[in-house]
Write a protein of this length. Structure first.
Length: 233
């Protein structure tokens, strides 16, 4: 189940992993992945099959069958990137659905999450990714800038990939556009899975630009879905 960081941070009254981790351990008593690229994008709680929620975006969503979820190695329990905030304690260890319901209810009550915008702001993401692809070449020699650009591009691509996941989950299996969406998800996942060269600024920056270019392409795909004319009955 993908849960908005705004909900979890509101319920825990903190965005610090040192505070959020123990809080979730008490409430949900199960494994939780944190995608820490970008601004604390999402948390993923592993739940028993059949678990669902009546809550809708932007609060929480049960991932549809076939959704891609990058699962970190069990020993990855710290940033940067995707890591286990609460690693599984053994085979079959999953979060308690009742605890998750309590968590989401509390986060909605005490927090002030934004209204559902219908997905990420594609115009903003596309422009920021273009800024990365068009950056001056001399910036590639600064490791700090190259690393920050990689983190930003990775975060944007994760957002867009999530939107593609959602779109695919809402399409009939035989919808013509669904195959294009699945190809877009596959390419996004491939780019997200490539190794970064943390100690080589030019290679790191080139990786950031590839992520940004992929994100721009997937934004175009999403726009095509939104702007496609309705098929007459």
């Amino acid at each position: 189940m993908r849960i908005s960081a705004a909900i979890i941070h509101a319920a825990a009254q903190s965005g610090s992993p040192d505070a959020v981790g123990p809080y979730l351990d008490r409430i949900v008593d199960g494994p939780v992945i944190h995608d820490a690229y970008g601004a604390g994008l999402s948390y993923y709680a592993l739940v028993p099959p059949g678990t669902c929620t009546q809550l809708t975006r932007p609060y929480a969503r049960t991932l549809a069958r076939g959704t891609y979820l990058g699962v970190p190695a069990v020993h990855r329990t710290t940033r940067p990137g995707v890591y286990w905030l609460l690693p599984p304690r053994g085979v079959g260890h999953l979060c308690a659905p009742a605890g998750l319901g309590q968590l989401i209810h509390l986060g909605r009550r005490v927090g002030d999450p934004p209204s559902d915008p219908g997905g990420p702001d594609l115009d903003v993401i596309a422009q920021r990714c273009r800024n990365i692809t068009e950056s001056a070449a001399d910036l590639a020699h600064d490791l700090r800038i190259a690393t920050e650009a990689t983190h930003r591009a990775h975060g944007y691509l994760v957002e867009v990939r999530q939107a593609l996941d959602d779109a695919a989950g809402q399409m009939p299996p035989d919808a013509p556009a669904r195959s294009r969406v699945l190809l877009g998800i596959t390419e996004a996942c491939r780019q997200l899975g490539l190794t970064r060269k943390e100690d080589v600024p030019s290679q790191q920056f080139a990786h950031a630009q590839r992520l940004a270019e992929c994100c721009i392409a997937q934004v175009a795909l999403l726009r095509g879905l939104v702007e496609a004319p309705a098929v007459p009955p």
